[in-house]
Structures are given as structure tokens and as C-alpha cells.
Design a protein around this ligand. Structure first.
Ligand SMILES: [Zn+2]
Ligand SMILES: [Zn+2]
Ligand SMILES: [Zn+2]
Ligand SMILES: [Zn+2]
Length: 249
């Protein structure tokens, strides 16, 4: 499935402008955006930490303003609330007032609340990159899939999108509900999470986590496998092995 790994020395020769090695992270981010992140991949490929700025690679990917929905190729919801007006980089679909949004976020630890300019904003971006690897989402992001495996890749993607992958919604809870994860009651009218592919199950916002990595599911994006919910990364690993070197399936 995997062809030989590209070695680092070869990548260095691909850097189009040597001055990039000396620029600050903001300039690099701008380049990543303009060149659709490919330029950054040239600089950082195969390295966990960026040589230039010492930050983790996650931070470099410009993801926050697009969010999980766009990354997954889902149609954007334009009839929902505008997150930035309310002071967040993301608000869950399903809520209809600022009060509901604040109520939803009040049940999460502050690090998990993507307030504009906060630590939570960075944590969300990191989760998007980690839970929704772009090489799982489109063949163009894969560097090592050999031509004979392309149709198997496409089958995986279309199967996943048809039966497993979805975005959950937040809404006021019906009376008498219990959280499917912690089995504790969810008080009526408190905001809880429901996942269309999981029927009537409800979760406390803080309980909507991947079964494998126990990480809060970013932007409520989830995959169902065997009646459990997973992040896309760990759902994919139920279906296909992942290469530890290049992180591709
Ligand atoms: Zn970097
Ligand atoms: Zn719970
Ligand atoms: Zn996971
Ligand atoms: Zn590999």
C-alpha cells in the first residue's frame, strides 16, 4: 500500500526560496494559506516539530476559520448562528440563541471552549488536524497511495460518508433523558448532543468523545462503528491499518 518514504534531504532541495527558513511563523502561515499548505509540507514533512518556529505542526495548518464541516466537504449551514459574532470560532448546529450557546459551553472545561483568541481556539484547531487527517479525506492529500490502491481508497471514503460519518447537533434535552456515555441523567432543557446516526441517544456535551482516544469530538463530527462513536482517525483505523511513518491509511 505504501511506497518508499521521501527522505528529508530531498525535501530540502524542494524549498523554493531559502529565506523561508528564516521567516516568522505568521509569514509561514500566510504562505501555507496562499499555497494551500503545500509549501509548508515541503518545509516540515517528516518532522514532528517545525525547525523554523519550534511549534508543533498542528498549529501551522490553517484550519480554525474553515472548521470541521468544510474540511469534511459538508455544505455550510448558513441559517445557523454566526460563531464569531458570539465570540467563538465554532458554535454547534441546532442552537438558536446566544443563551443556548453559552449554556452549552458552560458545561465544558474552559480549555474545550473555542472562544476567540483563547487557548480553546488553538485546542480546537489541533483537534481538527488530529481527528480529521486530511489524507483520510481526499486522495489529493495522500502522497504514498499507489495507483492500484486508489479504487480501494475511494470505496473506503464513499462507504464512510454514506454510513458512518456525520455531524451531531445540540439541542434542549427532553425530560427523563440519560447520557449514553456516563449513564447519568441529563436535566430537562439542559443542552445536550444528539447524533442522527445513533437514533435518540443523548450525550452531555462533555461526554461526546471518541471511544478510542477519549478526546472530545471536534465540531461534533463523529463516525459510527458497531454502535459506538469515534473520531474519523480512529474510525478509519478500524477499517484500514495506518502507516506509522506517513500517517496514511
Ligand atoms: Zn512548521
Ligand atoms: Zn454524560
Ligand atoms: Zn479518536
Ligand atoms: Zn508511510
Amino acid at each position: 500500500m505504501i511506497s518508499s518514504e521521501v527522505n528529508n534531504k530531498d525535501n530540502k532541495e524542494l524549498i523554493p526560496w531559502q529565506g523561508l527558513a528564516l521567516t516568522c511563523v505568521r509569514i509561514l502561515q500566510l504562505y501555507c494559506r496562499v499555497f494551500d499548505e503545500d509549501l509548508h509540507d515541503l518545509l516540515c514533512i517528516k518532522e514532528k516539530t517545525c525547525k523554523n518556529c519550534k511549534c508543533s505542526r498542528d498549529v501551522h495548518e490553517v484550519v480554525a476559520e474553515h472548521g470541521a464541516r468544510a474540511r469534511l466537504g459538508f455544505v455550510q449551514n448558513h441559517d445557523g448562528l454566526d460563531a464569531r459574532t458570539l465570540g467563538y470560532t465554532f458554535v454547534p448546529p441546532g442552537l438558536s440563541s446566544a443563551r443556548q450557546v453559552d449554556q452549552y459551553y458552560s458545561t465544558l472545561p474552559s480549555e474545550d471552549v473555542p472562544k476567540l483568541g483563547s487557548r480553546g481556539e488553538t485546542v480546537r484547531s489541533q483537534r481538527i488536524v488530529r481527528q480529521l487527517p486530511k489524507q483520510d479525506l481526499s486522495l489529493t492529500a495522500c502522497k504514498f497511495v499507489e495507483p492500484q490502491y486508489e479504487s480501494s481508497y475511494r470505496d473506503f471514503v464513499s462507504g464512510r460518508n454514506q454510513v458512518a460519518l456525520d455531524v451531531a447537533v445540540a439541542k434542549p434535552t427532553p425530560p427523563g433523558s440519560f447520557c449514553i456515555r456516563c449513564l447519568q441523567p441529563v436535566h430537562a432543557q439542559q443542552i445536550s448532543v444528539t447524533a442522527p446516526r445513533m437514533g435518540k441517544d443523548v450525550w452531555h456535551p462533555a461526554c461526546f468523545k471518541c471511544t478510542t482516544c477519549d478526546d472530545l469530538l471536534v465540531d461534533l463530527a463523529y463516525c459510527v462503528y458497531d454502535d459506538n462513536i469515534y473520531c474519523e482517525r480512529h474510525y478509519a483505523e478500524k477499517m484500514k491499518p495506518r502507516c506509522a511513518g506517513c500517517d496514511e491509511l
